[in-house]
Ligand binder design. Structure first.
Ligand code: UD1
Length: 432
């Protein structure tokens, strides 16, 4: 199995290109199921999860054609054609490996009035149910049946015409990114209008809305917590460019910070990164927007922070592990509180093996800054936790080897290439 080997202690400097957003890609790809015309997605990141989602779309009968960019370029262009669907099922084996597969539920009902999706089960960052996805779909007219670990959702037949949802109103009791995406994709082709209250406001939701509008959907309240949808009979094809990955950008900003370096992150949208950039500034890191993105410079000691994760525009749970790695070297004690997912501190024991001083109590972690970290063999159980170990390795003295690289390949496009391009001593090694 592959691992990433880092010889730490190098200051990172230079320009680092940011890829298209994984989480936007994983909701834009299923949106292609809503039309029989082609949807072309540009700036799609080259990631294992994007490939995995492509295979799922193929299993449903959609074709995926990748064109364009040279192997040495980042990103690619994919045209998805869902002319005729041959299946309406997301099987257990796929959903188990990639939770985002449940995002085919909404578009499949929206397209043909029927979907069968495996329940995802537990995952490494806690018990992640899909009850809100199902309640929201029910509220806009879906009928649900559970059997044998699967949920079957159908749109009822009215006056002999089958297969279309009625539309309706739903207020989320808790903000959910995925459930907002699913219900939106189901609502755009409903007979009537829908109103989604306490909707997630993440930039990836805005990206989805913009793409759906380019496909002919009628949506109001984009970027707010109340999204109104007027159902349309038919969506058409479109060409759409995936937004930049604000989490990848934030992760590399932490890499600049933890190595006392200076990186210009190109292709990012600074407006989407408010909470991350403010937190970096509060930690003493200089942040300057540039023509092509943002420059992050760490030329003094890092200051400790008190941070709590929250839905957008709050501080992203997907940035918690990377900030924790950075704060292990701050001058003083930081307090991090994780409010979105239980069990999202699995990087803590690994960081401790590298010399970090962290105490977890329930949802709160106290990180006491230490003078330095030392390299060690480590492994993580999820994507962002793995990135936090990479960050620690970049700053540590000696060698760090991060196992289970497949987590990183799910969410960071050619990580070692991007980091070695700005001065890191990092390579992928295969143990056969
Ligand atoms: C998405 C992102 C993930 C990010 C998360 C929060 C993708 C592919 N993944 O995940 O990277 O960390 O948003 O920003 O975009 N919940 C329920 N019932 C549900 C759905 C969610 O209780 O039906 C709970 C979850 O367990 C969690 C909270 O709601 O505690 C928020 O989860 P949600 O926003 O749905 O996260 P995802 O869409 O799975």
């Amino acid at each position: 199995m592959d691992r990433i080997l880092i010889r730490g202690g190098h200051r990172l400097a230079g320009r680092l290109p940011i890829s298209g957003a994984k989480n936007a890609a994983l909701t834009l790809m299923p949106a292609a199921l809503l039309t029989d015309e082609p949807l072309t997605l540009r700036n799609l990141p080259r990631l294992a999860d994007v490939d995995g989602f492509g295979h799922l779309l193929n299993q449903l009968g959609a074709s995926t054609a990748v064109e364009g960019t040279r192997p040495d370029e980042f990103g690619r262009v994919m045209t998805i054609r869902a002319g005729r669907l041959t299946s309406t099922e997301a099987p257990y084996d796929i959903v188990r490996k990639m939770r985002a597969s449940i995002l085919v539920l909404g578009p499949l009902i929206g397209r043909g009035g029927e979907a069968r999706v495996s329940l995802p089960g537990g995952c490494a960052i806690g018990n992640r149910p899909i009850d809100l996805h199902l309640k929201a779909l029910e509220a806009i007219g879906a009928e649900l049946e559970m059997a044998a670990g699967y949920v079957r959702a159908t749109a009822p037949t009215i006056n002999g015409q089958g297969g279309r949802l009625s539309g309706g109103r739903y207020r989320f009791p808790v903000v959910s990114v995925g459930a907002t995406e699913n219900v939106l994709m189901a609502a755009v082709t409903a007979r009537g209008g829908s109103c989604i209250e306490n909707a997630a406001r993440e930039p990836e939701i805005v990206d989805l809305c913009r793409c759906l509008i380019a496909m002919g959907a009628k949506i109001d309240g984009i970027g707010t917590d109340t999204i109104e949808v007027e159902g349309t009979d038919r969506l058409h094809g479109a060409t759409y460019s995936v937004m930049p990955d604000r989490i990848e950008a934030g992760s590399y900003a932490c890499a600049a910070a933890i190595t006392g370096g200076e990186l210009e992150l190109t292709g990012v949208s600074v407006d989407d990164m408010g909470a991350t950039l403010s937190a970096l500034e509060e930690a003493g890191v200089r942040v300057e927007p540039t023509r092509e993105g943002v420059r992050v410079t760490a030329d003094g000691p890092l200051r400790p922070l008190t941070l709590s994760t929250a839905p957008y525009p709050g501080f992203a749970t997907d940035m918690q592990a990377q900030f924790m790695a950075m704060l292990t070297l701050a001058q003083g004690a930081s307090v991090l509180t994780e409010t979105i997912f239980e069990n999202r501190y699995m990087h803590v024991p690994e960081l401790a093996r590298m010399g970090a001083d962290i105490t977890v109590s329930g949802r709160t972690a106290v990180v006491r800054g230490v003078a330095g970290l030392t390299g060690a063999p480590v492994m993580a159980t999820d994507l962002r936790a793995s990135m936090s170990l990479i960050l620690a390795g970049l700053a540590a003295t000696g060698e760090t080897s991060v196992a289970r690289v497949y987590h990183l390949d799910r969410g960071y496009e050619r990580l070692e290439e991007k980091l070695s391009g700005v001065g890191a001593d990092i390579e992928r090694v295969s143990d056969g």
